[in-house]
Design a protein around this ligand. Structure first.
Ligand code: BGC
Length: 404
């Protein structure tokens, strides 16, 4: 073929491509910012489905999402599922029927919610898993959460330090520790536990730590986590499980309790108070005098709940892993805004697999709150600084009675 013919042919092909892409552009009518008809647009309704009002953090999360999304020009509708998976499915259906173009879901049960989000997706809505991953479904577009293992890492590091395990604490007489994991239907729970167990297991191996219940031994693995899980993160369920451990403990000292959530910590404390009235928060476990039976164990937690602020202030709880949930609401809003502008959000973090797909994931950073912070730790009033609670509420917290 002659060069001139080639050029002619190439010119035709280029024109053809242009023509085809022009047709493609025409076939999807555009509104406003150039996004596709039917897709999420600025001003649209965003449905928010939260697990329960009974837990302090989800109230703050819901409020933050409404505030951020409305400030970005969206309408919102917020539903709480009373910790019931079937109620949450109804909520999501209702949000989509009300016209939601995206649903933000903090699931009660990460697997049970699958069919409802599939329906939302089929109805054209974008699905964002909020804090907890939605499992075993293709119908989840994005996931925003905190660095999950970090929760367990911060909790375990505190236990290791306070029990002086690195310097041989528990070598002569093993230290008793009780361990709890989160809810069996929450994909976050094994990650929290993994963060802690990777650090604590070596001390079970060396014999410095023992679980009086006998459930957790050096051979326990992260896959066994459901043996120590607390269904629905429920405080009274945690109390019952701790009662059984206290029976096995008898009159021995208790050095520590790994708890992944402040309400579980509270259930644990109530159990200790009933079973061992001799133990008192005014005498915290001291690695220099580990045989003191009256010593109160080092207890961890998560969320910076009011009750945890009180208990840490008075020494009944050692720390809480605090999540500045305003960051999560802001990140969710950024995603929704980008989608409404026709962009595809991209994260530099590793996607998380939900059993069916790799879900693009955004991770926020949590902080450890203690009474007397050192290094990277934060003081208790950080909950006020981040807007999680008001100064008034904080003042009430640090005047409230402990373990009521
Ligand atoms: C959240 C934690 C919370 C727990 C109980 C988890 O999925 O990530 O922040 O403490 O649920 O509500």
């Amino acid at each position: 073929m002659k060069i001139s013919k080639l050029i002619k042919k190439a010119g035709f092909m280029i024109a053809g491509v242009t023509l085809l892409s022009g047709l493609a552009a025409c076939s999807s009518t555009t509104r406003g910012g150039g996004a596709t008809e039917g897709a999420l647009q600025e001003g649209d309704l965003i449905g928010i489905s939260m697990p329960t009002k009974a837990d302090q953090r989800w109230n703050v999360d819901g409020g933050n999402l409404v505030k951020e999304l409305e400030a970005a020009g969206f309408k919102t509708k917020l539903a709480y599922a009373n910790n019931s998976p079937s109620q949450q499915s109804t909520d999501i259906n209702n949000l989509v029927s009300a016209g939601a173009k995206a649903v933000v879901v903090a699931s009660v049960d990460g697997t049970a919610v699958g069919p409802a989000v599939q329906q939302a997706k089929d109805g054209g809505a974008t699905v964002i898993a909020y804090d907890r991953l939605i499992m075993n479904t293709e119908a989840v577009d994005y996931y925003v959460t905190f660095d999950l293992e970090r929760t367990g890492i911060l909790e375990a590091e505190t236990i290791i330090r306070r029990l002086d395990l690195e310097n041989g604490g528990g070598k002569d007489i093993p230290y008793n520790i009780a361990l709890f994991a989160g809810s069996d239907d929450d994909n976050n729970a094994p990650y929290f536990f993994k963060g802690a167990w990777d650090l604590l297991q070596p001390y079970f191996e060396s014999g410095q730590l023992v679980d009086p219940s006998g459930i957790v031994t050096k051979d326990f693995t992260v896959e066994d986590w459901k043996k120590i899980s607390v269904h629905a993160w429920d405080q009274s369920q945690a109390q019952k499980q701790m009662d059984a451990i206290m029976t096995k403990l008898g009159d021995q000292p208790l050095a520590a309790v790994l708890s992944p959530y402040d309400a579980i910590s509270l259930g644990v404390m109530k159990s200790i108070k009933n079973a061992r009235p001799d133990m008192t928060p005014s005498i915290p476990f001291d690695a220099k005098n580990p045989t003191n039976k009256s010593a109160w164990p080092i207890i961890t937690g998560q969320d910076g709940m009011d009750i945890a602020i009180t208990n840490i202030y008075y020494g009944a709880q050692e720390q809480t892993v605090f999540k500045d949930v305003s960051l999560l609401a802001k990140q969710t809003t950024t995603l929704i805004k980008e989608i409404s502008e026709g962009k595809t959000p991209s994260s530099d973090k590793k996607p998380m697999n939900n059993g069916k797909k790799d879900v693009p994931t955004w991770l926020m950073q949590s902080d450890e709150l203690v009474k007397e912070p050192t290094g990277d730790q934060k003081g208790l009033d950080y909950v006020v600084e981040t807007g999680f609670i008001t100064e008034d509420q904080y003042q009430k917290d640090i005047k409230a009675p402990i373990i009521e």
